[in-house]
Design a protein around this ligand. Structure first.
Ligand code: MSP
Length: 510
């Protein structure tokens, strides 16, 4: 962002079951974006966490014979562990059971009440407990099934506190009109705008029958609707993530909020209306990504068709999973996870095209030049220009959040460097002392090209990119994007051979 800071959020995940590849996907994509902005030299704050209140969590705790708190502690820790295993560089992990969060939710809710936007009423509707949301009869699938989960809904009638959502219709539409890029991609913007146009209903924002939640401050018989509690996390976290520091002043509003399309309405309709009611600035952009599918269906714990990310990470390493998801699933569209597709990209792209290239370059520099990368004699201008064009294209794709496209642009350089090895055949050049200059130029170009590739890929495969830099004798921490320029590496670098970047995974281990 123009002001040099970048506040980025993921949804906070429900602690009703173990994390799966769908959750991993959002966190990984957010981490890629966060790292890219750090590479640009921006002051980044990256928030993720868990959503722990509500009837759905209480029910899943009961099923497991635990108290809601025991259950939330256990499952929240698994999401936090997953974040670590994913190499996600988040700055704070919020839990909605944090006392600081709860206190601030109460304070903000009281303020909405005081300003007249929250009032008492009664309501009956079809409720999906997996969504924690009411649906109109017309929204349901045949047989009274939830349109998201395809599970039965139940009729719920209560006296509740309400939020006057319809009162914000015109202001919301004006905001959409003034900010045509506010929701990405365009189809989701249109969808959200249509929801507002078609008419909004009053929103029931408290629950009389759900005990596991934050009490309504002036009516402790009721708890605050879990979605209100959850959405406010994006704001409350800044109040206590770093005690003694005013992160609200430094980072509000979020520059980018990521989520899948299942929770579009909450973030693109209800959330901005709540912020308007509270007199707070709205987030600058929402990016709504697609679903990671398995067998044509959204991977979801409610439907049970989930893939556990941990075994893939154990076998192939986290960067393989990050790379696969970021490249395979076009950001904003649905994509399918298959073990075969994963293994194919691992062995063809990561192991052969990138890993072998590094291995060849490092061993040729070792064999032919005593391990020191030759200096640039300036005779690879054409290649340098091609690489510079790829850097520009990849940066542009990152800026448009087209991450898979950015990776494809970098990969063209990887393939170009592989072709260079074949065309120049350094092993032949090495036999002819008259062609020493040509060999120097080739080895330099390969090392320089790979160094730039590593910097560009760092947001996607951070650990591996750092290993590439170290193997080339470069500072593994030198990943700022301004270093992705021909000739910006450390001169006379001494290569440091190491094991294969992406080792072959034996079939027997399958
Ligand atoms: N707790 C709410 C969000 C509150 S945010 C204020 C919630 N939690 S969830 O555990 O169901 O997570 C939903 C989010 O997880 C999705 O919006 C998406 O970011 C991610 N995904 C879960 N399954 C996914 C796929 N199969 N594919 C892609 N993303 C997935 O909703």
């Amino acid at each position: 962002m123009a002001d040099g800071r970048f506040y980025l959020t993921t949804p906070i995940y429900y602690v009703n079951a173990d994390p799966h590849i769908g959750h991993a996907y959002t966190t990984i994509m957010a981490d890629i974006v966060a790292r890219h902005h750090r590479q640009l030299g921006e002051d980044v704050f990256f928030l993720t966490g868990t959503d722990e209140h509500g009837g759905k969590i209480a029910t899943s705790a009961e099923r497991e014979g635990r108290t809601p708190r025991e259950h939330a502690d256990l499952l929240s820790a698994r999401f936090r562990d997953l974040g670590g295993v994913l190499d996600a560089s988040y700055d704070f992990f919020i839990r909605t059971t944090d006392p600081e969060h709860e206190a601030e939710v109460q304070r903000m809710f009281q303020a909405l009440h005081d300003s007249g936007d929250v009032y008492r009423g009664s309501y009956g509707g079809w409720y999906c407990s997996a969504c924690e949301a009411f649906y109109g009869e017309g929204d349901l699938l045949e047989g009274r099934l939830c349109p998201i989960h395809r599970t039965p809904v139940e009729w719920v009638e209560e006296d509740n506190w309400f939020f006057d959502l319809p009162a914000y219709r015109d202001r919301l539409l004006a905001h959409y009109d003034a900010n045509p890029d506010w929701v990405q991609p365009q189809a989701r913007y249109n969808e959200a705008r249509r929801m507002i146009e078609l008419g909004l209903e009053e929103l029931s924002v408290s629950r009389a029958q759900v005990e596991w939640g934050v009490p309504v401050p002036w009516d402790p018989e009721q708890t605050i609707y879990v979605w209100i509690d959850a959405l406010l996390n994006y704001r409350t976290a800044l109040g206590y993530a770093r005690p003694g520091e005013d992160l609200v002043a430094r980072y509000w509003p979020p520059d980018l909020q990521l989520m899948a399309k299942d929770i579009l309405k909450f973030h693109a309709v209800i959330w901005p209306a709540m912020l308007m009611a509270a007199g707070l600035e709205l987030p600058r952009k929402l990016m709504i990504h697609g679903y990671v599918l398995k067998g044509g269906e959204k991977m979801s714990k409610t439907t049970g068709n989930v893939v556990d990310p941990f075994p893939f990470i154990e076998r192939y390493g986290i960067d393989a999973l990050r790379y696969y998801l970021a490249r395979e699933v076009r950001f904003g569209e649905d994509g399918t996870f298959t073990a075969e597709g994963f293994e194919g990209r691992y062995s063809q792209e990561l192991a052969n095209e990138l890993g072998n290239l590094l291995n060849r370059v490092v061993s040729m520099v070792g064999r032919y030049r005593d391990g020191v990368v030759p200096a640039d004699a300036g005779d690879e201008g054409e290649l340098a220009a091609e690489v510079a064009a790829a850097v520009e294209a990849a940066r542009g794709s990152f800026a448009r959040l087209d991450i898979s496209r950015a990776i494809e642009e970098v990969w063209r350089v990887v393939q170009r460097l592989n072709r260079l090895v074949e065309q120049r055949a350094p092993w032949t050049l090495a036999k002819d002392p008259a062609r020493a200059g040509e060999l120097d130029a080739t080895l330099h170009a390969l090392a320089e090209g790979l160094r730039i590739v590593a910097i560009l890929l760092w947001p996607v495969i951070p650990g591996s990119a750092e290993r590439v830099l170290a193997a080339l004798g470069q500072d593994p921490a030198a990943v700022a994007l301004e270093r992705a320029a021909w000739g910006a590496g450390a001169p006379s670098a001494r290569v440091a051979p190491s094991g294969p970047l992406f080792p072959r995974v034996e079939e027997a281990a399958a």
